[in-house]
Ligand binder design. Sequence first.
Ligand code: AMP
Ligand code: ZN
Length: 493
Amino acid sequence: MLYQDQKLHIYNSLTGEKDLFAPVNEGHVGMYVCGPTVYSNVHLGNVRTFMSFDMIYRYFKHLGFKVRYVRNITDAGHLENDADEGEDRISKKARLEQIEPMEVVQKYTVDFHNILTTFNFLPPSIEPTATGHIIEQIEIIKEILDKGLAYEVNGSVYFDVLQYNKTHHYGILSGRNIEDLIHNTRALDGQSDKKNPQDFALWKRAEPQHIMRWPSPWSDGFPGWHLECTAMSTKYLGENFDIHGGGMDLKFPHHECEIAQAKACNDVNPVNIWMHANMLIMNGKKMAKSTGNYILPNEIFTGDNPHISKAYPPSVARFFMLQAHYRSILDFTDAGLQASEKGYYKLMEAISGIDTVPSAEQTSGFDVASWKQACYDAMNDDFNTPTLIAELFAAVKFINQLKDNKASISSADLEVLKISMFAFAFDVLGLENEEASNDTGHRLADTVEILINLRAEARANKDFELSDRIRDELSAIGIQLKDGKEGTSFSTN
Ligand code: AMP
Ligand code: ZN
């Protein structure tokens, strides 16, 4: 297996270092990534975080690991702000649109999947929902209560952060100091049931107007947001698993609370490597729905947004995002996209041309074996996609020299070069050759044109049996011919 030869180092937010990846189970990877809250369309910033983990998932698979990749759907429990206050985001949308909460969930889950498919994401192994795991969440709350690390007030249950911190370390991931947290957390307003402001909800009693509610030993209510990820990650990956990821903004409080919940229950470190993807920004500010500073993926494909000068295909946007390291902030600009578009087509052209390159006795001017290892070294260094892409361009330069007969390559090296270019560009980076799919489109049009001409000939010869057969058989595969004054045209459905 490839993974036995490659030493993969991953930046771990928990240790602050690049740790050598050593899976819990040899040859297997368990990876959990916090999924979207499905109350509105995903913006390009959300897509960037999920794309970082798609690339990471792809590289693990490429190395030959058997990966169980769990990415949840948050369909309940995520309130409007992180301090356990405000309405449930999904309930609120349902109220505003006067539809069922599950209609909101369905609509935006479908949108999320469509966008990810357009960007050529691989689907996760399991995509569990919070509402599908209410029983598991209630069981965890019972365990935390039994351990004396949570308390019930008026039908709601809160995690007791100060009590937990006596025997564990709250702040282990985010580096936040409990004293600072006590000073900096907004004081309770007298309305809250919490003992201390830094405590967080495990279960909340539903107010009469709150439509999303489930029975529990404490009240009819709903689980706290942090709990679902603890329930679903332990259920599918175990009490201690390899990787947990999410956007940088989830490190605190979400991931810090997940660690506290899991440790309170099982007394083991739940996750070996915590990975945090950095933000996509626009106009110097984080892309976010709440501020209106965002761009939707569909706007990129249609060009229908004042921030961009034209439409860009999904692979160009994907290439643009992967040209930055996943831990760096990325500034979204039209100029950046234009530069990526040029680079992307240059890369695709070289890859498409590999097959026409003649091979020679020996390779001159390029060490294919060391180039291939340099590609792996880039990815092994905390998934350094910008360095990988620079290596791919070194190969592009060489391929172009080969085409101009300014260099030569042995057939064995040509095979390695070809397989590696395909593997890194398509399997690992997940790019698609838009040029090739355009090409397929052109070929389809040309083929139908040939059939239209044959049909016209058949009609001229009064061979109506053949001309009708051409029309009907094309129609059966979804190609409709339309006869008009200007001749025959076609449409597909
Ligand atoms: P949400 O649906 O709000 O829970 O967000 C889904 C994911 O998108 C989370 O992992 C967030 O960290 C991530 N995210 C939100 N805004 C951005 C952004 N501007 N850039 C990158 N990732 C983001
Ligand atoms: Zn989560």
